[in-house]
Design a binder for this molecule. Sequence first.
Ligand code: GCW
Length: 687
Amino acid sequence: LPPAAFRAVGARRVLVLGDGLLTGTVRAEVEQACARHGGALEQDATGSPGLVLALSTAAPLAAPSAAPSVAAAAREVLAGQGGSAIGEEGYLLARRDGVTVVLADDPAGLLYGLFHVVRLGEEAFTGERPAEPHRPAARRRMLDHWDNIDVHPVMGQVERGYSGGSIFWQDGGPRGDLARVRAYARLLAATGVNAITVNNVNVHATEAHLLTDRLGDVAAIADEVRPYGIRVHLSVTFASPMRLGGLPTADPLDERVREWWARTTEHVYATIPDFGGYVVKADSEGQPGPFAYGRSHADGANTLADALAPFGGVVHWRAFVYNHRQDWRDRSTDRARAAHDHFAPLDGRFRDNAILQVKHGPMDFQTREPVSPVIAAMPSTRLAVELQVTQEYTGQQRHVCYLAPMWKEMLGFGPWGRDTDGSGDGSGRTVADVAAGESGDGGGLVAVSNVGDDFYWTGHPLAQANLYAFGRLAWDPRLEPAAVLDEWIDLTFAPAAGGDPGPLRRTLHAMMDGSWRTYERYTAPLGVGFMVRPGHHYGPDVDGYEYTPWGTYHFADRDGVGVDRTRASGTGFTGQYPQPWSDVYESLGTCPDELLLFFHHVPYGHVLHDGTTVIQHIYDTHFAGVEEAAESRRLWERAEPGDPALHARVMELLDEQLRCAEEWRDQINAYFFRKSGVPDARGRHIP
Ligand code: GCW
């Protein structure tokens, strides 16, 4: 948040009422803003402030006679609530008689309310405003960092990180100066995020020790982020009792193992009383897990959950479990099925504080995937939906790819019933509803962070918008991507640019609103996914994964392309969906075009709903996608973001995006032309 974003608040007289650590943060924020912009933090409730930020329990509100003039508006707002609670982390925003009022039941709500006023800017101080309640959709809104302490020989320091090194770890230990961590916490609080995991879910040798002898490093991070309402979580290895505790087994039902987790966790809480909990990737891509002992993932998760329960902690147990050593010759194994096959039968067997963390799609953060059927299949389990802010498969922060439209589509997907027998009960729950739970007590949204020690935080300066949008959508999934982008643009550029922010805003919308679809057009077609270079996953390689053990295939031959996941003739994956989706995806007539090749193997001449053949669609979209990338580049050339260095950085990246998009277009088009022998109907050049 550039300091100028605080102008409207900082230019006013502001009264903050209440106690507590986060109320102190609110005071400090206001003081800092006022020092810069000429306002003042009121010392008591006797003045006439333009902004009041008050805890509903603060004394001047409770005893009207104490300060009738100052807190009158606040009291009225509260009274208007009819006595009902504002709720955890929530706030009421109102404006009457020239006073803007934020009321909250807890200090966290006050902080979120302050950031809301900052977002509104001058608009918060004009006219009258009836009291609007704001509450987070889900209690936990979390970012996972895939950061290692050591630099991993293949993955680097941050696995799938495109923004430099870790903001937490450096030279084999914690960073000496954690100022940036504090700034990160502030930035996250401004978006609504309230939890972070500080190390990779692939837990390597050094990082395993964060749970025990290196716990002090985690505590130091917790101290930095606490004033912004953020709790720290830790990725732990399932094999900890063996690796750290010297036990001969990690069997979750072994008494010694359970005892070890209980004792270790007790020590964690003695050191970090507000510790959030554990994150576990087990039996996945080489990480140890309960399968080695013939135990289920519920057994595994529950052992950790039991250790955490006395302290109010949670375990996020990831559902990303699949066979990554499969035989490509074996057509019956389907990676898309794996999470549902493993976890759906365990519904109802997880403890209350065990949260099953499910990737939003059945595969792996591809540009286009259907929603994971697991999300509909476990009504008696707390589910968190996991998405990827870091752009592993969406341009690796070298391409502009604003992901909020994808997330919004995914979160709004449904409604689907709560039962798993395929009939649906009409309860009308969307993905966002499942994540939120009945009353905010669901698993919430979790995302893999895209932040590193890069000057712009996110490598590509425009990738900041994805971080911002994640936090905002996790708070309120009903927000519109374009409106969220406006907020980000206003907070990031408008104050610094001064003058008329209109032209820059229009340019950024033109570049970003449709950028996910642009990226989709020039990469793997019609939902088939991958076609990326193995290992680092950047750039095209159509057959790169075709004959590998990873289970990520497209099955293109001279006649057609796509994965048959139908019940009739394929892997049966469509059967994991409740109705109507099970039939919608099964049938060629109703399967949406954008997912056609995810669900079906079709001939190149298959006609899409828009009347184009599959092969012509491939050519058309790849030519169009490159055109759109070129247009973005032209627009940015003329843009004036008020910062030449930033302009230059984005320009360089757009050059690379265009180069890479052309590479994608040419490889994909050439590949399918050679396979099919069908020429482009419009006679364009295909190499
Ligand atoms: O997308 C894949 C990545 C791995 C990652 C894994 C996961 C942390 O390629 O790098 O490992 O997903 O989500 O666990």
